[in-house]
Design a binder for this molecule. Structure first.
Ligand code: ZN
Length: 276
């Protein structure tokens, strides 16, 4: 079915960060997938970039739990959702934010092939599956003796960012609203709204909370506070720059994040501020 061969250790391992909460950081793009084990169901948050990667993830999950699975996608980007097909075949019910689910389909798979040609063979055998269950702002999943809250706090990294909050573990799975190991990505972001969205997440988090970012290492609340300050600084630069008529390139050069990555944030912000 595929030329993909899992190399030893390639799939990463599920590491328990709190009782019954396990995180796998996949070596391809350092994407995080999180497993939350309840009494009757287990939850998998994000399904990696392709069906072969998701097969490895599902195998890792099955070494931890035989329970029926629920899947949540934090947002619609391919590296978080294209493994959905494997979990759907395993009988999982799939969830995403309402807007995000509409972007999960063949066009995003084709774009991923163009952007990441090294993944083309994996993606060739991957069928996009959009979640049938959608969340507008909040929903609660009952895993059996364990509750997981889903929150769409507003737009930020994407149009439909969803946070999974596990209250009894003090763990938030934030997707790319929080980035570790690299700067936030703005290609499809709402840089003017992102700070408020992260502020709403922070309001939920106790000081002891652990936060699973979309990529990289698990972080604490202080890390998210610091990233919020940088996002807020960029949003103000965009507003000031638009008022002063400053070229987007000059504003991006002042950003706390790399200039080339900040440029789309400024350009998209300008368009948004000039909408009637
Ligand atoms: Zn993303």
């Amino acid at each position: 079915m595929t030329e993909y061969r899992a190399e030893p250790g390639r799939a990463g391992v599920l590491r328990e960060i709190a009782p019954g909460v396990h995180v796998l950081c996949h070596p391809v793009l350092d994407v995080n997938a999180t497993l939350v084990v309840g009494g009757e169901h287990a939850l998998v948050v994000d399904t990696l970039s392709s069906a072969p990667q998701a097969q490895d993830l599902l195998a890792a999950v099955r070494r931890v739990t035989p329970l029926p699975l629920i899947v949540v996608n934090t947002h619609h980007h391919f590296d978080h959702v294209l493994g959905n097909v494997v979990f759907a075949a395993d009988g999982a019910h799939l969830w995403a934010q309402e807007e995000a689910s509409t972007f999960i389909g063949e066009p995003m798979r084709e774009r991923a092939v163009l952007d990441y040609p090294e993944l083309a063979s994996e993606l060739a055998c991957t069928v996009p599956v959009a979640p049938a269950n959608v969340v507008r702002t909040t929903a609660t999943l009952d895993l059996g003796g364990r509750r997981v809250e889903l929150h769409h706090f507003g737009r930020g990294h994407s149009i439909g960012d969803l946070v999974a909050w596990v209250p009894d573990a003090g763990a938030a799975i934030a997707g790319d609203l929080v980035e570790e190991g690299g700067p936030p990505q703005f290609d499809e972001a709402y840089a003017l709204e992102w700070p408020d969205t992260v502020a709403a997440l922070l309001a939920l988090l106790p000081a002891s909370a652990q936060v699973v970012p979309g990529h990289g290492q698990v972080v604490d609340r202080r890390f998210v506070v610091a990233q919020h300050e940088q996002l807020a600084a960029l949003a103000w630069l965009i507003r000031e720059g638009e008022q002063d008529g400053a070229p987007a390139e000059r504003v991006a050069a002042k950003s706390p994040f790399p200039q080339d990555l900040s440029l789309p944030a400024v350009q998209r912000g300008y368009v948004q501020l000039n909408k009637p």
